[in-house]
Write a protein that binds this ligand. Structure first.
Ligand code: DGJ
Length: 480
């Protein structure tokens, strides 16, 4: 009779052979020892094979996901050239030509010239406006950088120098920006072109293409001339983040006077993403001048302020307090001596990236991408991220200036680069340049601190005359 012996953690009875094997082993024979060793080797080999197979399975699933992701991105990563014909030089009287020989005009001159014959290339007319409410069939969901973009009521979107908040509660995107209207004028001869402050505009969307006007969520002050928000002052680059602890929506912005000498940040707060926001105060963060700025909420809930300081020669970065209502005493100087503004910060696979512009008022200039392992720095400059168009396009950030970089859920490595194509002659007619930004692959420029080995992923912004988000994004019929 064979006695049934149960193995520990096994519901199967031991076979007769195993029992015999154990019995023999306990008798201490040499043959049993080698059998045991070989059995162990076989078991180990089988285990190894199993791990190998399951690992390969996971790997192949990952490769498959990566491949379909790459296929989705392929179209966006195509290099699209722009060939803009320069208009023939304007006729001048022979006397004028003799007095001052004209230097050849450049594409930038044409961009800045209100009466340029190719004005429509940079500022297409209302006839070409993007109207998401008109059923465009297969042409829906396309972004056309530089064209007028209409909201759901058919009015041009007014959200300049803006940023986007994704509100988990309502599963809605909110786009906040400078609501610019009214005439553009100069406060004095040397002053920057300006419009009177109206306030911060807010638009909501589920698909990032169809935007509903939620109104002015932080309004200018009409009467009180001493108020920060008096219409004669400057309110720029508003950004909103949500504080999970307090349940409040907090807005940070650049507050200035018409001469840009106040150089402060302003803070406002609301219970709802659509406002109204209560204006709290303005100050110079850490006691320093603060002009172009942004805020960034990290995965751990800590939020940071980044601002141009010391006459825009450098940026400063520092964490906000728990309530996001003030800075703390911690701050670092970054990109010292690099003269950068318009910071737009984002994170990819644990690395922090930032796009900035140069400092040339409302005129466009070259963007740079920067990267850091720790958000507090050191930050390294990687180079110009712009791809496609033509050389002038790339040297002018496609005739635009960075304002925000938006991550896209389900599409790791793909972001929307949001920029403003300012129209200094008529600021309310400034346009939006949204383009795909990808982070991935090795940087093509070895960096100072990396001993020749690029540490960061390449950041690329691809020019497209028209483009749309891949996959589900452009199939969504989630109109508001
Ligand atoms: C450049 C900045 O980036 C804009 O936000 C604005 O302040 C203009 N300068 C004003 O000239």
């Amino acid at each position: 009779m064979v006695t049934k012996i149960k193995r520990a953690n096994s519901s199967k009875p031991m076979s007769r052979n195993s029992f015999v094997f154990l019995a023999r082993f306990s008798s201490g024979s040499r043959c049993s020892t080698s059998t045991l060793v070989w059995s162990l080797v076989v078991v180990l080999l089988m285990l190894h094979l199993y791990t190998l197979i399951s690992h390969t399975d996971v790997q192949s699933k990952e490769i498959h996901r990566d491949m379909s992701h790459r296929i989705l991105l392929r179209e966006l990563e195509e290099v699209e050239e722009e060939n803009i014909q320069m208009p023939p030089p304007r006729k001048r009287s022979p006397r004028a030509a003799k007095r001052k020989p004209r230097r050849p005009t450049t594409l930038i001159d044409e961009f800045l010239d209100e009466s340029s014959q190719i004005r429509h290339v940079f500022f297409p007319t209302i006839k070409t406006a993007v109207d998401p409410m008109v059923d465009a069939g297969n042409d829906s969901f396309y972004y056309y950088p530089g064209r007028i973009w209409l909201d759901t009521e058919g009015n041009p979107i007014q959200a300049h120098g803006g940023g986007i908040l994704y509100d988990e509660k309502s599963r809605t995107y909110y786009w906040y920006g400078e609501y610019k209207d009214g005439p553009t004028y100069h406060a004095h001869k040397k002053g920057a072109a300006r419009v009177d402050v109206i306030g911060v505009g807010c638009y909501s969307s589920k698909d990032l293409w169809t935007w509903k006007n939620e109104g002015i969520v932080l309004a200018a002050e009409e009467r009180n001339e001493t108020h920060d928000l008096h219409k004669s002052n400057v309110l720029e680059r508003p950004k909103v983040i949500y504080n999970d602890r307090t349940g409040k929506y907090v807005m940070w912005m650049h507050i200035d006077d018409a001469n840009y000498t106040k150089a402060s940040i302003g803070v406002a707060i609301s219970d709802s993403p659509t406002g109204p926001f209560d204006y709290l105060y303005s100050k110079r963060p850490h006691g320093f001048e603060s002009r172009d700025m942004t805020i960034f909420k990290d995965d751990d809930g800590v939020a940071y302020l980044v601002y141009s300081s010391e006459d825009n020669t450098e940026l400063h970065i520092g964490p906000l307090d728990e309530n996001y209502l003030d800075v703390t005493h911690v701050a670092r100087r970054i990109l010292v001596g690099q003269h950068r503004e318009a910071p737009a910060l984002f994170k990819h696979e644990g690395t922090y990236y930032m796009i900035t512009s140069g400092c040339t008022g409302w005129a466009p200039n070259e963007a740079l991408a920067h990267a850091a392992e720790s958000i507090m720095g050191p930050w390294e400059t990687m180079g110009n991220p712009c791809i496609g168009g033509n050389k002038v396009f790339r040297l002018t950030t496609f005739f635009a200036q960075s304002t925000f970089v938006l991550p896209l859920p389900g599409l790791p490595g793909l972001f929307i680069f949001m920029a403003d194509r300012w129209n200094p002659a008529d600021l309310r007619d400034s346009r939006y340049v949204w383009l795909p930004l990808t982070a991935g692959g090795a940087a093509d420029q070895p960096l100072d601190y990396s001993f020749g080995f690029p540490l960061w992923s390449r950041v690329s912004i691809y020019w497209h005359k028209r483009w749309r988000l891949p996959g589900e994004w452009s199939g969504m019929k989630m109109k508001l």
